[in-house]
Ligand binder design. Structure first.
Ligand code: FAD
Length: 465
């Protein structure tokens, strides 16, 4: 009999965690698997904002990012089907292996009911014309086929996966926070979970940390305290941009998502578009520490008149400061302070004129905010100079590809922050420097999206089967 409670304990039921378990089951593994998840079952997750039109700042956690299927359940559900999108994993395992795994994992999504339609293919001449404009404007266009689940379909699909795991003997320990891991010598042997009656220790031969972007600062502490080898990674600071669908019509139709990358003067930092939602809605998500950040999603059925997308500026730090998460949090806190804890919105024209936006001025425009409780104000009062200049110059460059993008009425929401930092050092078998400990998905710093996080889960499942 094993000296451990389980063979594998997975912390976090986001795509990376659940695809680890799925792949193990698919490989006919007989290992005893438990998944510990802070939030609830996918069917019990609901955001009150749909009824109240206002973020209720739910405690102890936000249902948008927490619960079975992680940030995936309420996400827009866009599966990026190219290895060029979704993080740095291809640098670890090679581009061809990453693409093969994406194709394999995509089939798993199809088995659980994903839409068979792929967006962003089928118009090569139109793509060429868009690329030509991008080149003229100093931008790189990355084509990426997309399978769009849609927010409501993603919910159903992940519900089916939850049921499948349950039926196949995976123990789902929901509504339970994992507060620490246990290291004996140089081996990870268990986790500490928080229960109503107090702390409890669960042991396993292998522990998989898959706590997502949300668990990034928890993992930073765990890495520091247990000497898990890592390096500070990149943090992205930016804005969410919202324009009328008419402005984005061409790229929406041809590409669904225009992935543009630039290095605008004078700083030449990497700036890129991310997470484009045609007919979508701008949304707010709250981190456990109270930070309110902006995001966006789109439904398959319900469409708005607007398209939103993020513009992100990558930040790296070296010496003497190397805490990118803390830096981005400060920017977010300052922005939240100006908006009384809500999301701040400003018109692009007002930014160029050096004035704040007033609530009544939002009604003068064609584009109306799809997030009703955003507060009109001045995002430049909290955005670092370097990031702001990068964003302004990038918007002007995109305007050459998408005429009207830099119009005075274009809405910029802040703070849009992506915490991918703390890149855990892994070998190509996903081993950390601690025996029996694995780290996956967005929390590992190696992925940044549903598909790549799922792929990393599949890879780990094969390793642990
Ligand atoms: C609104 C929104 C829209 C998005 N849209 C897209 C999209 O269209 N396409 C795309 O590719 N990506 C999208 N993303 C990003 C995508 O959801 C993530 O990249 C992906 O979910 C990462 O998977 P993961 O498994 O690494 O982590 P997560 O999905 O974040 O899951 C981590 C899980 O771990 C749990 N957890 C954390 N800490 C603990 C702990 N200490 N104890 C127990 N449990 C813990 C969390 O509750 C969470 O459920 C979106 C994200 C958001 C928030």
């Amino acid at each position: 009999m094993s000296k451990y409670d389980y063979d594998v304990i997975i912390i976090g039921a986001g795509p990376s965690g659940i695809f680890t378990a799925l792949e193990m089951i698919k490989s006919k593994s007989t290992k005893k698997i438990a998944i510990i998840e802070k939030g609830s079952s996918v069917n019990k997750r609901s955001c009150p904002k749909q009824k109240t039109n206002k973020c209720m700042n739910c405690k102890p956690y936000c249902h948008i990012t927490t619960g079975f299927s992680g940030a995936g359940a309420f996400s827009d559900g866009k599966l990026s089907l190219s290895y060029e999108v979704g993080g740095e994993l291809p640098n670890l395992i090679g581009a061809d292996a990453a693409q093969e795994l994406i194709d394999y994992t995509d089939k798993m999504y199809l088995e659980f009911g994903a839409d068979t339609k792929i967006e962003g293919i089928g118009n090569p001449d139109k793509v060429k014309a868009i690329r030509k404009k991008a080149i003229k404007s100093g931008l790189k266009l990355v084509d990426c086929p997309i399978r769009h689940l849609g927010t409501e379909k993603a919910h159903t699909l992940y519900g089916a996966i939850e049921e499948f795991l349950h039926q196949n003997g995976v123990e789902l320990i929901l509504n339970t926070d994992c507060s620490d891991i246990i290291i004996e010598g140089e081996t990870c042997t268990g986790v500490v979970i928080e229960e109503k009656t107090g702390k409890r220790i669960l042991t396993a031969e292998n522990i998989v940390i898959a706590t997502g972007r949300k668990g990034a600062d928890w993992l930073e502490r765990v890495c520091r305290e247990h000497n898990i080898a890592h390096r500070p990674g990149t943090v992205d600071i930016g804005v969410r941009v919202e324009v009328r669908n008419e402005i984005m019509e061409e790229v929406n139709e041809v590409l669904y998502e225009s992935k543009l990358i630039g290095y605008p003067a004078p700083f030449k930092n990497k700036v890129r578009t991310f997470c484009q939602n045609p007919g979508g809605f701008v949304s707010q998500e709250n981190y456990d520490n109270g930070l309110a950040v902006v995001n966006g999603h789109s439904y398959k059925g319900t469409k708005s008149h607007n398209t939103n997308l993020a513009i992100l500026v990558s930040h790296n730090f070296t010496h003497p400061f190397n805490q990118p998460i803390a830096y981005a949090q400060k920017v977010g806190e300052l922005t939240n302070m100006l908006a009384n804890g809500q999301i701040l919105v400003q018109r692009f024209g007002d930014i160029l004129e050096g004035k704040r936006t007033w609530e009544k001025e939002l009604n003068h425009s064609n584009v109306r905010p799809t997030i009703p409780d955003a507060v009109a104000g001045d995002i430049t009062a909290a955005m670092p100079y370097r990031a702001m200049v990068n964003i302004i110059n990038f918007i002007h460059a995109v305007d050459n590809v998408v005429p009207g993008f830099a119009s005075p009425e274009t809405l910029l929401y802040s703070p849009e922050l992506k915490f991918y930092s703390n890149c855990v050092k892994l070998d190509h078998q996903l081993n950390t420097n601690i025996k029996g400990l694995f780290c996956l998905g967005d929390s590992s710093g190696w992925t940044r999206g549903l598909m790549m996080a799922s792929v990393m889960g599949v890879l780990c499942g094969r390793r642990l089967k």
